[in-house]
Design a protein around this ligand. Structure first.
Ligand SMILES: [Zn+2]
Length: 236
């Protein structure tokens, strides 16, 4: 149960909001940037989406939707898509990602992918980044190193990791890596786990939070694209 709920009604959305919704019964959260009215820009693994540029109605499950179910992609293979709110939420609920969260708030949220201590830029900057990347492409999708949350975090803050081996700014990725670290220690008693693992997890969570990381710097869009090595498939 969320003691500090970030649930939000669509009518309360503000331009430039970083929003998320839980997928597969709270297995993971999917993130996007609310641009305006009924437009969200989000980042999807291209392997999850059939085809390249989707036709207007090819995946539509929402009769009222003017775009495809996964959204419309401008740069083929980039995974940056524009979709409507209904298609983004599917049958889930909508939440607003919290910025400038206190240490207490961050640690109270046991699950990653909901908040950061980092400070967001203005809504105008956020929307400009999202639209620019929609129109020009973005880095290659990687579940742990560059996912939908990383995309939204960059749009909101302009922060980018300078450490190529330690990419992955999203707190969800940190959680997955933490779970890997703990693999093999499952036989330890629960009490010992709570005493030893939880404080370490909290420390790691704080140290890896975008607002506390030492390896992230603010870079503009032109510089970002120069930092990206991924070449998209050429299209006619
Ligand atoms: Zn739609």
């Amino acid at each position: 149960m969320d003691l500090i709920s970030q649930k939000i009604e669509t009518s309360a959305l503000q331009e430039g909001d970083h929003i998320y919704t839980w997928r597969r019964v709270k297995t993971y959260s999917h993130h996007g940037i609310f641009v305006e009215k009924d437009i969200i820009i989000h980042f999807l693994s291209t392997t999850n989406v059939a085809g390249g540029i989707s036709s207007v109605s090819s995946f539509s499950k929402n009769a009222l939707c003017s775009m495809s179910h996964y959204g419309v992609e401008k740069v083929a293979g980039s995974g940056i898509r524009m979709c409507c709110i209904d298609c983004f939420i599917k049958k889930g609920k909508l939440y607003r990602f919290k910025y400038e969260a206190s240490r207490e708030f961050l640690l109270a949220k046991l699950r990653g992918g909901t908040c950061t201590t980092a400070t967001p830029d203005t809504p105008g900057d956020v929307i400009a980044r999202a639209i620019y990347l929609f129109e020009n492409g973005y880095d290659k999708y990687h579940l742990l190193k560059n996912n939908c949350e990383d995309f939204a975090l960059y749009c909101k803050t302009g922060l980018w990791s300078t450490d190529a081996d330690n990419k992955g700014k999203s707190s969800q990725a940190v959680m997955v890596r933490k779970a890997d670290d703990e693999h093999g220690h499952k036989s330890k008693k629960l009490v010992k786990r709570l005493k030893n693992v939880f404080p370490k997890y909290c420390l790691k969570r704080m140290n890896n939070d975008l607002g506390n990381r030492q390896d992230v710097v603010k870079i503009d869009l032109t510089e970002l694209l120069l930092n990206i090595s991924y070449i998209y498939p050429e299209t006619d």
